[in-house]
Design a protein around this ligand. Structure first.
Ligand code: DX5
Ligand code: ZN
Length: 221
């Protein structure tokens, strides 16, 4: 298990002041920025493209940018986000015709590959490529929107994924995304996650630093 980190999802940030919003959460102890890319096709919502990733780099965001692609098809956008300064690029297997090929493409472009499993998608979907991944992301809500409730059966999936990663000695981070709050992040951490995407809990709060500290205190980070 890797050192636990929080990756704020800027989906609920003020997009008109995105650079400053990143500064504020990074100053508060975040170590990565999670960028949710939605295409109104794979998911019923529309967000941002590679230009915004590049704009964050130009603004001066130097921490890893964790690009979560909720788009179909994925391969063209993998290339655009690699050029735009993405660090991790993760995609949903349902949105790629060739899971292994998309993983290799991310690696060949110099980025860190991740695969994202929806709540009802079994861990077995990813077992053959898990050794090639830098990130396994388990969704704990159905993708598309911030502010949804954590789906409890994902705790079992986290346990399973943690066992598999440890048993095989893989070094993928185990990330969880959706409905993570101060009140449940401790339990999610004990289930095996080491990377926590947190959106509305931070960006809907008045004091990002206080919320970040409260989250970090629960995971001993
Ligand atoms: C949902 C996104 C998440 C979301 C998390 O499709 O992938 O990253 O923004 O937001 P909260 O923490 O509010 O569930
Ligand atoms: Zn996400």
């Amino acid at each position: 298990k890797q050192v636990p980190i929080i990756a704020p999802s800027v989906l609920n940030a003020d997009f008109a002041r995105l650079g400053e919003e990143c500064d504020r959460v990074l100053a508060a102890g975040a170590q990565m920025v999670h960028l949710d890319v939605m295409d109104n096709h794979y998911v019923p919502n529309l967000t941002v493209g590679p230009m915004v990733c590049q704009a964050l780099r130009n603004y001066g965001v130097t921490v890893p940018i964790d690009v979560h692609l909720m788009v179909e098809p994925v391969d063209d956008l993998i290339e655009s986000f690699a050029k735009a300064g993405a660090t991790y690029i993760s995609f949903h297997p349902e949105a790629s015709k060739h899971l292994d090929r998309s993983v290799q493409l991310i690696r060949d472009l110099g980025c860190k590959p991740g695969v994202v499993l929806n709540p009802a998608t079994p861990i077995a979907t990813v077992e053959h490529v898990l050794g090639q991944l830098d990130l396994l992301l388990l969704m704990s809500v159905n993708p598309g929107f911030g502010g949804q409730a954590f789906i409890p059966y994902v705790l079992d999936k986290l346990h399973q994924a943690r066992q598999l990663i440890d048993r095989e000695g893989f070094n993928a981070r185990l990330e969880v995304d959706g409905g993570i709050k101060v009140h449940n992040i401790g339990e999610v951490c004990r289930a095996g996650a080491d990377t926590f995407v947190v959106g509305s809990e931070i960006f809907a709060s008045d004091d990002y630093a206080a919320t970040m500290s409260a989250l970090l205190a629960q995971i001993d980070a």
